[in-house]
Design a protein around this ligand. Sequence first.
Ligand code: HEC
Ligand code: HEC
Length: 193
Amino acid sequence: MIAKVKTVAPLFAAGLLFALTAQAQTTAPPDEALRAFEVVRSVLQHPRCRNCHVPGDAPLEGDKSVLHNQGVIRGPTGHGAAANECTVCHLNQNLPANYGPYAPPGSPDWHLPPPDMKMVFYGLSAKNLCLSIKDPRNTKGRDLAAMLAHIRDSRQVAWGWAPGGRRTLPPASRAATVAAFKTWMDAGAPCPQ
Ligand code: HEC
Ligand code: HEC
């Protein structure tokens, strides 16, 4: 009986150690996860992204995120006011460079999120941005995996790294943003305090 316990216990301990090591290899420690979230935050709150992800009733523009010119408003669906829809000026792609640096940028179906689902990034603390994107009530039910897919695949998001004119780019590349999002998500998506 005693002999049996002696042989099983080390085996069990070895199995546990193996399980813990295997987990450590796929999950980043909390510090690294928080650093990864900071990369994601710096992109979501960069002007190329935050200018549409706004709490107010109109988009913002430029690196200083000033209120959009031409009396543009969000409107009932995020596509602007009737007869002044976003797509009157914003075409499916950026205009050629000879239209000048202040030409309206473009990507397919340019618009804001709707008023009842604003998906705000602008002006939130890092902690509140983190809590907000984890709350399906703010994301149209998207979970983090779906949000990762949106950042990786959406053509609107792609525009942020090819914005035309003299517009600055987000601080991390799209690939680095996707990788950071995954690191953060796989580590249980911890939020900064
Ligand atoms: C009357 C034309 C017009 C309409 C309508 C319009 N825009 Fe614009 N928009 C522009 C122009 C021109 C610029 C570029 C301004 C600049 O670079 O100085 C611009 C820039 C922007 C930018 C800034 C991009 C950046 O990162 O700096 C955003 C965001 C934007 N528009 C969103 C919208 C949305 C959303 C709508 C509809 C709700 C809309 N616009 C309707 C003309 C328009
Ligand atoms: C022209 C406006 C516009 C710009 C610029 C823009 N977005 Fe968005 N974004 C939207 C709209 C509209 C939606 C909602 C799409 C939907 O749910 O169908 C959205 C949704 C999202 C979502 C899903 C959010 C959620 O809560 O479910 C993410 C993530 C996102 N955008 C990231 C970005 C990033 C990153 C950038 C910059 C590289 C960016 N967006 C730039 C308009 C914009």
